[in-house]
Design a protein. Structure first.
Length: 185
C-alpha cells in the first residue's frame, strides 16, 4: 500500500493503517528524531528511539489531525518531537533547580538554560508563523526541524526547488523579526 493510501486509511480511523504508516516511515522518523535531538545539543539524555516512540504515542492519540501527504505528516511529527524535547528539557531543568542536591557547574547550567530558552523561543515563533502562514511554518518544520533538503521538500510539496527556497527565505525573515522583538533592549 502506498503512503498516501496509508495516510487516508489512518485518517479514517483504521488503526492497522496507522501502525503500517508508522512502520513504513520508521527509518525517516528515526532520522528526524536524531536531527531533533542533535539540534538540542549535549546534555539531553533522552534517546532517539524513546523520542520516536513518545512522538508516535502522542500522534496516535490525536483524533482530529489530518495528513494529506507525507510532507505534512513529517512536518507534524517534527512539531510533536520538538514539543516533547522542550517539555523534557523543562522538566529536567525544574528537577535540577529543586529536585535534589546535585553538584553542577554554573557555566553548564547557564548554557543549558540559554539553549532551552532559545529552542522555546524558536518553537513559539514557528507556532506564531503557522497562524499567519501555515505553508511557511511547514517548510520551517521540514527544513530546520526535520533536516530535509530543498529538493526533498520541493518533491514532497510538488513545487519547484526555487519556490521552496523563496518560501524558506520569507519564513526566515519572519522568524528573525519575531525573535528580535522578544529580545529585551
Amino acid at each position: 500500500m502506498e503512503i498516501s493510501q496509508l495516510i487516508a486509511s489512518a485518517e479514517r480511523g483504521d488503526p492497522q493503517a496507522a501502525d503500517a504508516l508508522f512502520h513504513t516511515l520508521y527509518v525517516e522518523l528515526h532520522r528526524l528524531a536524531q536531527v531533533q535531538l542533535g539540534r538540542r545539543g549535549k546534555g539531553v539524555t533522552l534517546g532517539t528511539t524513546t523520542l520516536l516512540h513518545e512522538a508516535y504515542l502522542d500522534m496516535s492519540q490525536r483524533a482530529s489531525v489530518s495528513f494529506p501527504d507525507r510532507g505534512r505528516f513529517m512536518a507534524y511529527a517534527a512539531k510533536v518531537m520538538r514539543g516533547l524535547i522542550i517539555d523534557y528539557a523543562r522538566r529536567r531543568r525544574a528537577l535540577k533547580r529543586g529536585g535534589g542536591f546535585a553538584l553542577t557547574s554554573l557555566d553548564g547550567d547557564v548554557e543549558e538554560a540559554a539553549r532551552q530558552e532559545e529552542l522555546s523561543a524558536i518553537a513559539a515563533a514557528v507556532d506564531e508563523l503557522a497562524l499567519v502562514d501555515g505553508a511557511l511554518a511547514e517548510i520551517v518544520n521540514l527544513k530546520f526541524f526535520c533536516g530535509f533538503s530543498f529538493p526533498e521538500i520541493a518533491a514532497m510539496r510538488n513545487v519547484s526547488e526555487r519556490t521552496v527556497q523563496r518560501h524558506w527565505e520569507k519564513a526566515r525573515l519572519y522568524l528573525h523579526r519575531a525573535l528580535q522583538s522578544e529580545v529585551p533592549a
